[in-house]
Design a protein around this ligand. Structure first.
Ligand SMILES: Cc1ncc(COP(=O)(O)O)c(C=O)c1O
Length: 435
């Protein structure tokens, strides 16, 4: 497979765009260079050299119907004839809010819109602080909540710098982060109630809230242990703190009601983004009305020129209608395709005597290489998963027309077919031989 055109474009890009990419994770594309793309439709994407791939990155999750679904193009095209950005209200944003509130299990709630997961998580943290009048919040190792200074700590920390389990240190993810934010963040290992209780007691009366991915999609796609989320909720209540689920990945993907529907645990507030608008930029904070009233009254400030812009709301409107249409059975279909890929991958791994490991299920799962039966938190991932091996695997898959993300997370869309699965399994047989 040749990447000559991507190489030329990347070299040109280095002169005008810092690092040649517009988001750091794109540097890690498992190719010779970060690839340039010319076209994408359904489950497929084509690079600047004409190479075709079955795409499991799908925009890092937003393309829940695959690339460029016709019904979204039509809806957006029609609505945008009447304007793009009003800096004012329009009826469709009410309809999207109403539909979302019907789909999400949280009751007596209201919403606010924004454009990205990063922004909406920042708003969630500000709201937890504003509502409780406290400054600190608990963030778990291995969880990602965007790239603001508030949360750029211990996403995937090197354990050499992360302290002990009982006394973990927040590890900076970047240079340039405001030193002050470190004092307000309490890091903790996820999936362990004793450690969380300790974090609360060590910071008595100071914790505004706990933010977490309820299903840890950003590290191995780890499900919470039985009773863990219920325990977290009880601890939050006991300590007068709020619980925020970051459903930026799980929301509208794993079920119409996201992780809340699957786990039956309802947080105080939750954030949504990626899969909500079929590939258009949107984000949403949902919360109990008495908490959201702090935003409604302006006590907690929230702004944004592009919030509820016509194109994103139109795409969200079309997406939510499509996702919740019972005739389509969309989640059942996506989950069947995803589960069939997982089953096939496990069979190929077994017959190849490989330690390829899968966690998660249906439309959201992760591939890693480990001898462990189960990975339950970031520290276990760090200690037991072979990232270099995964990276070689992803590279071999790419050269066979299968595009995987650099972090192992697989996004199944409603456009992925059983034929795609067969091609992926053939490529896997080859790729495992190359390791
Ligand atoms: C769980 C989670 N929260 C927040 C974000 C940030 O979202 P965005 O990239 O839209 O800013 C991401 C992005 O991958 C995410 O996975």
């Amino acid at each position: 497979m040749k990447f000559d055109n991507s190489i030329k474009l990347y070299e040109r890009g280095l002169k005008s765009i810092a690092g040649g990419v517009s988001s750091q994770i794109r540097i890690d594309e498992p190719a010779d260079v970060p690839l340039f793309f010319t076209k994408a439709k359904g489950s497929k994407i084509w690079d600047a050299d004409g190479n075709e791939y079955i795409d499991y990155i799908q925009g890092m999750g937003p393309n829940i119907f695959g690339h460029a679904p016709d019904f979204i193009i039509q809806a957006v095209n029609l609505d945008m004839q009447n304007g793009f950005v009003f800096a004012g209200q329009h009826e469709k944003e009410l309809e999207v809010a109403e539909m979302a509130l019907e789909m999400i299990p949280m009751v007596n709630a209201s919403v606010r819109f924004a454009s990205s997961g990063t922004e909406i998580d920042q708003l969630a943290i500000r709201l937890m602080r504003g509502y409780t009048g406290r400054n600190k919040y608990i963030k778990f190792e291995g969880h990602y909540h965007g790239w603001t200074d508030s949360v750029s700590y211990s996403v995937h920390p090197n354990l050499e710098y992360a302290g002990s389990l009982e006394n973990p240190f927040p590890v900076f993810e970047s240079m340039g982060i405001d030193n002050g934010t470190r004092d307000s963040i309490v890091t903790c290992q996820w999936n362990d109630l004793d450690l969380l209780e300790k974090a609360f007691t060590n910071n008595k009366g100071e914790i505004a809230g706990v933010i977490m991915e309820p299903i840890l999609a950003n590290s191995n796609c780890i499900y919470p242990n039985d009773g863990y989320l219920e325990g977290v909720k009880a601890l939050c209540e006991a300590h007068g703190s709020l619980l925020c689920f970051d459903e930026v990945i799980t929301g509208f993907r794993i079920a119409a009601g996201g992780a809340q529907e699957i786990t039956k645990v309802i947080p105080d507030i939750a954030t949504y983004a990626k899969s909500m608008a079929g590939g258009f930029p949107i984000a949403m904070l949902v919360g109990r009305r008495d908490i959201m009233d702090f935003i409604g009254s302006g006590k907690v400030y929230h702004g944004g020129s592009f919030n509820s812009n016509v194109m994103s709301i139109s795409a969200a409107h079309a997406s939510l209608n499509y996702l919740q249409d019972p005739k389509r059975q969309l989640y059942k279909k996506m989950n069947n395709v995803g589960d069939s890929l997982i089953k096939g991958l496990r069979e190929v791994a077994k017959s190849s005597d490989s330690d390829l490991h899968i966690q998660g299920n249906g439309s959201l799962f992760a591939i890693s290489f480990t001898k462990e039966k189960q990975i339950r938190n970031w520290r276990e991932h760090f200690l037991h998963c072979d990232e270099i091996k995964y990276s070689s695997f992803a590279k071999a898959m790419l050269s066979n027309g299968i595009r995987l993300s650099s972090n192992g997370r697989i996004h199944i869309s409603s456009a992925h077919s059983y034929e795609d699965i067969d091609r992926t399994l053939e490529a896997t047989k080859y790729a495992l031989k190359c390791l």
